[in-house]
Design a protein around this ligand. Structure first.
Ligand SMILES: [Ca+2]
Ligand SMILES: [Ca+2]
Length: 244
């Protein structure tokens, strides 16, 4: 066995054993997301937020106990963090929450009390490209005309430190497992990109544009895929400029 392989196996085992011995430590200290804003960075961990300056000196820390953070995004022009809070051991989250990070301090603005949407992904977007950001949330719930639990996409507008429903989607063209917003054709407006099931159980990546009333599929960017995460699609280095 060559030495490099031995080293690899050793380091893999070391990390594995370490993570077994102190699971809480290794689990809590890996940020799920990090954001740069001006002179500071904001780090989201499963159990807390941290704010650090350019020299990585901690400015403030906010424990989320008893909640865990499932996902989060920054609305940087408003100095706001939007997060999905959940319970330990649950796959999806339970509530949306808003914190500000102005003046070197985290402050809780609100935690919603809607337990019905099972949110699992949150990000900022701008569906019509008017410069006013919206909040996109992947939820798992029943819909009025499709009464089974499934992934759905909710778009909220942002006004006066609150979110308001703008489009609560029941379905895209096909059941989806992940989504993102990216300007795939470089016209200045981000398209909705969804990783969806094909009829044969494999997946495809579909691009959608905002019509003013919802999303309309414009092109298939990839098909016959077996990934579960849309970032894997980007990582494959595909030509992303081809939207007709
Ligand atoms: Ca907008
Ligand atoms: Ca575009």
């Amino acid at each position: 066995m060559n030495i490099i392989l031995k080293k690899k196996i050793f380091s893999f085992l070391a990390v594995f054993i370490f993570s077994l011995i102190i699971p809480e430590y290794s689990w809590a200290k890996i940020p799920i997301k990090s954001f740069k804003d001006d002179q500071i960075s904001v780090l989201l961990y499963h159990d807390s937020f941290e704010m650090a300056d350019n020299n990585n000196i901690l400015i403030d820390r906010h424990s989320m106990d008893p909640w865990i953070i499932v996902d989060g995004c920054l609305h940087s022009s408003e100095k706001v963090i939007l997060v999905i809070l959940g319970r330990e051991g649950e796959i999806r989250g339970e509530r949306l929450a808003c914190f500000t990070y102005e003046g070197g301090k985290f402050r809780e603005k609100w935690i919603d009390n809607n337990r019905q949407i099972n949110p699992w992904k949150i990000l900022m977007c701008d569906v019509e490209g008017d410069g006013k950001p919206e909040v996109a949330v992947g939820v798992w719930k029943k819909a009025q005309f499709h009464p089974v639990f499934d992934n759905r996409l909710f778009i909220y507008s942002w006004e006066k430190e609150m979110i308001y429903p703008k489009w609560l989607g029941s379905r895209l063209s096909s059941p989806f497992v992940d989504f993102d917003f990216r300007d795939m054709n470089h016209d200045g407006t981000a398209e909705l990109i969804a990783l969806e099931y094909q009829k044969d159980g494999l997946k495809r990546v579909m691009a959608y544009e905002w019509t003013g009333f919802g999303f309309r599929g414009i092109t298939v960017l990839g098909k016959n895929l077996s990934m579960n995460n849309i970032s894997e699609f980007y990582l494959k280095g595909r030509e992303l400029n081809e939207i007709y």
